[in-house]
Design a protein around this ligand. Structure first.
Ligand code: PLP
Length: 386
């Protein structure tokens, strides 16, 4: 008999679990052993060794992640950036060229602009909302198109279906960083993407206590990326694998609550007299609200906003809020708040930030699992007299 496993809630808890259970254990035990007995493996990459990402803790996560996004195969890595860099080096390395969305997570942007030129990888930035302009950026060595589901930190939602179609037409690999949406709100492979990437540090784990990454997608691509990661040495430690597996079990309930809470907070902020604008794809005022309604099952728990009185007002607000912790990162149970210009996007030059539309006054909020009413009351008090 096979277990019914249509719903993402069931997959998050049971997909890929060892059968039979190891020693009867309900939770996957931690295999804290760097190496395992040689069993005649013919290929180096199949040797059982932690760096080769093939302990039982890795195997469970790989099967689970592939199942929750409805894809063929997955690979975890020691961080989101390890997953992104190993993926891009595999697909675009060796003198390739790629198209990338012009507003991305700062670390990814810095990898593309500061490290890739030295590695001989060329990048051209595109407006993810303007598919008609992408063709002229193609070169004979273009290998990939790279976008974010909901971009960090402006919460833009590009033409994702067009990006996957464009890749298919021009024989490119389509990749999307799905960190902000999480598999609960968006499953990239259903929309035609070849590869989906995650900072599993964020929603997938959800408890702000590990750093991890993942790439999910077509089996042949994941096999090649694993070979690169094996050589670069960016595997995830089994103890972190265990924590990630534990965190993922509650992903669906966490994200659904956070979707609802973030929408209430976005609506509260939008009507407040001290607030100049709010970026949240679930608001009718968001330029891509209709697209987000069509593509997503929920709008996520990340929002950004600007106060009318700029940087000074933003700093005052950050010093007055009591519940959200002023810290970079996102996707955990605690609400976190930051100014991207001095944290997540501080590595970008001021000119690049300005070009991308990231002002110094922009505040980014990751809505946690606290009561929405408490967060709204906290914001109301912090904004009083503004
Ligand atoms: N992608 C996005 C959208 C992110 O926000 C981050 C980190 O903030 C990363 C990738 C990088 O992930 P990590 O910090 O796990 O390397």
């Amino acid at each position: 008999m096979t277990m019914p496993m249509k719903g993402i809630e069931t997959k998050l808890i049971h997909a890929g679990e060892p059968q039979p259970r190891i020693g009867g254990a309900v939770a996957t035990p931690i295999f804290q052993s760097s190496t395992f007995v040689y069993e005649g493996q013919a290929d180096y990459h199949d040797l059982k060794y932690i760096r080769l990402s093939n302990t039982p803790n890795h195997d469970v996560l790989h099967a689970r992640l592939a199942a929750v996004e409805g894809s063929e195969r997955a690979l975890v890595a020691s961080s989101g950036m390890a997953a992104i860099s190993a993926t891009l080096i595999t697909i675009v390395g060796g003198g390739g060229h790629m198209l990338a969305q012009d507003c991305l997570y700062g670390g990814t942007h810095d990898l593309l602009t500061q490290d890739f030129p030295r590695l001989g990888i060329e990048v051209d930035f595109i407006d993810a909302n303007e598919p008609a302009t992408w063709r002229e950026a193609l070169k004979s060595n273009t290998k990939a198109i790279y976008v974010e589901t909901i971009s960090n930190p402006l919460m833009q939602v590009g033409d994702l279906i067009a990006a996957a179609d464009f890749a298919r037409t021009h024989k490119l690999v389509s990749m999307v960083d799905n960190t902000f949406a999480s598999p609960v709100n968006f499953r990239p492979h259903e929309a035609g993407f070849d590869l989906s990437l995650h900072s599993a540090t964020k929603y997938l784990n959800g408890h702000g206590d590990i750093v991890a990454g993942a790439v999910i997608g077509r089996a042949g691509l994941i096999k090649s990326i694993k070979r690169t990661l094996d050589h670069l040495g960016g595997s995830l430690d089994p103890h972190a694998c265990f924590l990630l597996e534990r965190g993922m079990k509650t992903l669906a309930v966490r994200v659904r609550y956070q979707n609802e809470s973030a929408l209430k907070i976005a609506r509260f902020l939008e009507q407040h007299r001290a607030v100049a604008r709010v970026n949240y794809p679930g608001l009718e005022s968001h330029p891509a609200n209709l697209r987000a309604c069509e593509l997503f099952d929920g709008f996520g728990a990340m929002l950004s906003f600007e106060l009318k009185d700029g940087v000074m007002a933003a700093e005052r607000f950050l010093s007055r809020v009591m519940i959200p912790i002023v810290a970079p990162s996102l996707g955990g149970v605690e609400s976190l708040i930051t100014r991207p210009a001095i944290t997540s996007h501080a590595g970008m030059s001021p000119e690049d930030r300005e070009r991308a539309g990231i002002s110094d006054a922009l505040i980014r909020l990751s809505v946690g699992l606290e009561a929405s009413e408490d967060l709204i009351e906290d914001f109301e008090t912090a904004l009083a007299d503004s």
